[in-house]
Each structure stands twice: as structure tokens, then as C-alpha cells.
Design a protein around this ligand. Structure first.
Ligand code: NAD
Length: 482
């Protein structure tokens, strides 16, 4: 049964001011899942105003930071208690398997707990200066922070930025992707039930062009955090530039996963496989360029194909499903178009490349796990982010060649290296032009480990302690004691 949802502004559940709505669909069936408010620019103004008032209100501004931490901890406990409910909504809305959705929500709870613990550890320094003087710094929240969220990990990636922002004492206006807004409303409910003062956390639902753009260019916000595509990143950067506010961008990727003959091959096959087919390949850090040493290439590809043959497609909520649908019809069309491009470019289709034939899946936006071999780095399927279950396999013969090809990309988000030779592994960790390098595991991250896009994969860093720097500003105080 489709639901009718409200958005959360100034502690109240509201419709859009002009009453307009939009629908979100279950990508496994194409059926309407919920109707949501299509926020207007006036609604965004109201949310930013509420966040500003809440920021200046002593109920939040003067709150003991350890109390702030406890509130966030309480929200994290509510998220854990509601894990099944939130994961189900995420799975229905995005298409991902319930197992993956549960992993995402748990990761988000951990992230909130991690930053809750940092709320009372935001501190300045005393600095030695000449003369009868004293200098110290005050670290304070920046104000109202804007968060624009993608559809691939809607809950987890929203919390990734919102948790440090709130822990540092800011107030938040968040905008989910219009394809997947439901779980962010569950986050708002958890914050409301945990007792966050009205206006501290706001969610406005609607399109990127209207709501996202107005939020990013709003003179009332003090920072903008976007996770999304490079094209959106450029637009958001331009929008925020008008107000000279800092921006964190976590953008796309075309990550290399490099397998050497001395690796644990079965482990590497699994890592390479999960690295591209989890979340139906809709992952910024997907290991979409797989470099396999020529001496093990054929055996490795055979093992990948064998896994793909047994990979069950279906609705994310079905227990046996290993891969759900893509998020939308547009995404399905885009991925299938890339399969055509790959074929035209001369790559060999080793597996998949089509919609599944199962009659039960015809209404959903499914694409088979797809493996291309004989790929060259100059092909579009090796250069562009497809954002779907399409793996490009490339051969290499020497370490130097592998490193050169891996770095030959406009992206630099993530990379994998599979070898038992520690010297080689760490040479690659140094040489790879990527914000993270995973050795003998793929993909992997933790809330306490920074997540950074190099090159066109982004600006700034999320996760870990350093993310707190983005959500705070440092004021210097110099006192003359003479
Ligand atoms: P998207 O860029 O289409 O949308 C992201 C968000 O921006 C959505 O909320 C959207 O409504 C909004 N938006 C769109 N146009 C806007 C505009 N002009 N102004 C302001 N907001 C606007 O991205 P997506 O399709 O939701 O997500 C997929 C992309 O995100 C991929 O490129 C992927 O690699 C990237 N991603 C990056 C990371 C990372 O950590 N680096 C993580 C996940 C996804």
C-alpha cells in the first residue's frame, strides 16, 4: 500500500506550501511506493530560517556538548532499535537487498555513535606568542549546514555528513535524492524522538534542480555537503561560490582493483565480484576497472563468470536475492546503453549485458551482472562511470604497467590491490592516485577512517576526525597582558 509522506521542518511534519507532490517507486515492480511533498523554494527558505533560529537558540547553542553527544547517542539507539523498519524502507525504495540495507543502517548508527563521542572533544589550543601576550583558539560550529544526498546509499551517506555537523553544534537542512527520500524521513523521526530541539534538523524533499539548487545557493547556509555525480558537484560548487561558503564534494569514481598472481585468488575473485556487483554496481567506490595479471587472467575471469551464473536477481526483500534492480528505468536504460557502447568499442562480453529473462522480473529495472573482457583503458566503458553492474576486465603484465593504467583516470576515489607481497602492496598504496587503497579486501571502510575523493572524485574529506574540521571554524584570540 502506497503511503503519503510529509517532510520535517522546524520540528513539524508538513506538506509543501503549494500542496504539490511527487511519487517514489519500488524499482523491483515499478509500483508507486509513496507520495512526497515537492518542496518549493519558499519551503527551503522556511527550513533555512528555522535552522538559523535553532542555531541561535540557547537550547541548542548553549547546550552542554556532552548532553549534545548523549542526544545523538539516543538517536543512534533508536536507529538500531528500528533497524528492520528502516532497512525495509531503504530496500523497497532503492532496490538494494535487505541484507545490504541492514548493513548500511548499522554503519550509519555506528557513524552517529562515533561523532556523538566527539561532541565534547571539539577544542582549541593555546599558542606561544612573543611579548606579554597570550593567544588561544576557539573552535565553534559554522552555523547552518546544507546536505544534499544521493540515492545509492541514502541513509548511510546522509548520516555521514549530518552526524559530524550536529556533533559540532551546527543545525542542518538536508535534501534527499527524489528517487529515495523515505529513509531520511525515518532519520528525522529518530532525531525528533530523541528530543533534538525543533529546527535543529530539517528535511526538505523534492528535485535537485529546484530544492537542491536553491539550498546550495542559499545565502542563509554556511556550508554545503554534496554526495553525487561530478556534473552535480560542479553545479553545486558554482551555486555555493556566490556566497563564498565551503563545500565538501564526494563525487564519482572508476576505481581500479588490481590482482597479482601471488594473491589469494579465491579471495580476490570474491572481492572483485562484490566490489562491482554489490548494490547492483551503484557504488561510487565500485571496483569497475579490474586489472588482472596476464598469467592468471583466463582462470580469474572463468571464476567470476561462474559466480555471476549463480547470482540470483530479484526484489531486495526476497531472502534468496543477491542483486536487486537498478534504482530507476533511466538508470537501467543508461547501463544497457553502456553495454552497447562496450560492444561497439570491441570489448568482449563474457557474461550478462541484458535484462534478465525471468518473467517475474519484467516490471522491475533489472540488469544482469555484466562482465567485459578485452577492455582497453581508452574505451568509454573503462573511462566513464557507468554506475551499474558492469565490470571492465583489463590485462597487465608488469607492476609499472598496472600502476600507470590504474592512475590513468580522471577519477581518484578508491583502489584495491591483491597480493601477498607487502613491499609491492605498499609501493602501490604510495603510488596510487586515490583517496583510499584497500589491500586484500574490497570494498571496505569504517566511520573512523577518512573517505576522500582525489582528482574529479571530490573536494574535502568525510568520515574520521578530520571531517569535524569542515563543520567548525577556528577563531584566534590574542590578549595583551602588558
Ligand atoms: P546526482 O548528482 O544525480 O544527485 C545527488 C543529489 O544532488 C540528489 O539529492 C539530487 O537531487 C541533487 N541535485 C541534482 N542536481 C542538483 C543541482 N543542480 N543542485 C543541487 N542539487 C542537485 O547523484 P546520484 O545519481 O544521486 O548519485 C550517484 C552519483 O553519486 C555517482 O556519480 C556516484 O559516484 C556518486 N557518489 C559518490 C560517493 C562518494 O562518497 N564519493 C558516494 C555515493 C555516490
Amino acid at each position: 500500500m502506497a503511503t503519503t509522506e510529509s517532510m520535517f521542518v522546524n520540528g513539524k511534519w508538513v506538506a509543501s506550501s503549494d500542496g504539490k507532490t511527487f511519487e517514489t517507486r519500488n524499482p523491483a515492480t515499478g509500483e508507486v511506493l509513496a507520495t512526497l511533498p515537492a518542496a518549493t523554494t519558499a519551503d527551503v527558505d522556511a527550513a533555512v530560517k528555522a535552522a538559523r533560529a535553532a542555531f541561535e537558540n540557547p537550547a541548542w547553542r548553549a547546550m552542554d556538548p556532552s548532553e549534545r553527544g548523549r542526544l545523538l547517542m539516543k538517536a543512534a539507539a533508536l536507529i538500531r532499535a528500528r533497524l528492520d523498519e528502516i532497512a525495509l524502507v531503504e530496500s523497497l525504495d532503492n532496490g538494494k537487498t535487505l541484507r545490504e540495507a541492514k548493513g548500511d543502517i548499522t554503519f550509519a548508527a555506528q557513524t552517529l555513535e562515533y561523532y556523538a563521542g566527539l561532541a565534547d572533544k571539539v577544542q582549541g589550543a593555546t599558542i606561544p606568542v612573543p611579548g606579554p601576550r597570550m593567544a588561544h583558539t576557539i573552535v565553534e560550529p559554522v552555523g547552518v549546514t546544507a546536505h544534499i544526498v544521493p540515492w545509492n546509499f541514502p541513509f548511510q551517506l546522509a548520516v555521514r555528513g549530518i552526524a559530524p555537523a550536529l556533533a559540532a553544534g551546527n543545525t542542518v537542512v538536508a535534501k534527499p535524492a527524489s528517487l529515495t527520500s523515505l529513509s531520511l524521513l525515518k532519520l528525522a523521526k529518530a532525531f525528533e524522538d530523541a528530543g533534538l530541539p525543533a529546527g535543529v534538523f530539517n528535511v526538505v524533499t523534492g528535485s535537485g534542480r529546484v530544492v537542491g539548487n536553491h539550498l546550495a545557493s542559499h545565502p542563509g547556509v554556511n556550508s554545503v555537503t554534496l554526495t553525487g555525480s561530478c556534473a552535480t558537484g560542479i553545479e553545486v560548487l558554482q551555486a555555493a561560490a556566490k556566497n563564498v561558503v565551503p563545500v565538501t564534494l564526494e563525487l564519482g569514481g572508476k576505481s581500479p582493483n588490481i590482482v597479482f598472481p601471488d594473491a589469494d585468488i579465491d579471495k580476490a575473485v570474491k572481492g572483485a565480484f562484490y566490489g562491482i556487483f554489490l548494490n547492483a554496481g551503484q557504488m561510487c567506490w565500485a571496483g569497475s576497472r579490474l586489472f588482472v595479471h596476464e598469467s592468471i587472467h583466463d582462470e580469474f575471469v572463468q571464476k567470476l563468470v561462474k559466480m555471476a551464473e549463480g547470482w540470483k536477481l530479484g526484489a531486495g526483500q526476497d531472502k534468496d536475492t543477491r542483486m536487486g534492480p537498478l534504482v530507476s528505468k533511466e538508470q537501467q536504460d543508461r547501463v544497457l546503453e553502456y553495454v552497447n557502447i562496450g560492444l561497439k568499442e570491441g570489448a568482449t562480453l563474457a557474461f550478462g549485458g541484458k535484462k534478465p529473462e525471468d518473467p517475474a522480473l519484467q516490471k522491475g529495472f533489472f540488469v544482469q551482472p555484466t562482465i567485459f573482457t578485452n577492455v582497453r583503458n581508452d574505451m568509454r566503458i573503462a573511462k566513464e562511470e557507468i554506475f551499474g553492474p558492469v565490470l571492465a576486465v583489463l590485462k597487465f603484465s608488469t607492476d609499472e604497467e598496472a600502476l600507470r593504467l590504474a592512475n590513468e583516470s580522471e577519477f581518484g576515489l578508491y583502489a584495491g590491490v591483491w597480493t601477498k607481497n607487502l613491499q609491492r602492496a605498499h609501493k602501490f598504496a604510495l603510488g596510487l592516485d586515490a583517496g583510499a587503497v584497500a589491500i586484500n579486501e574490497y570494498p571496505i571502510t569504517f566511520p573512523q577512517v577518512p573517505f576522500t575523493g582525489f582528482k574529479q572524485s571530490g573536494i574535502g574529506s568525510e568520515q574520521g576526525m578530520t571531517a569535524m574540521d569542515f563543520y567548525t571554524r577556528r577563531k584566534a584570540v590574542i590578549t595583551n597582558l602588558g
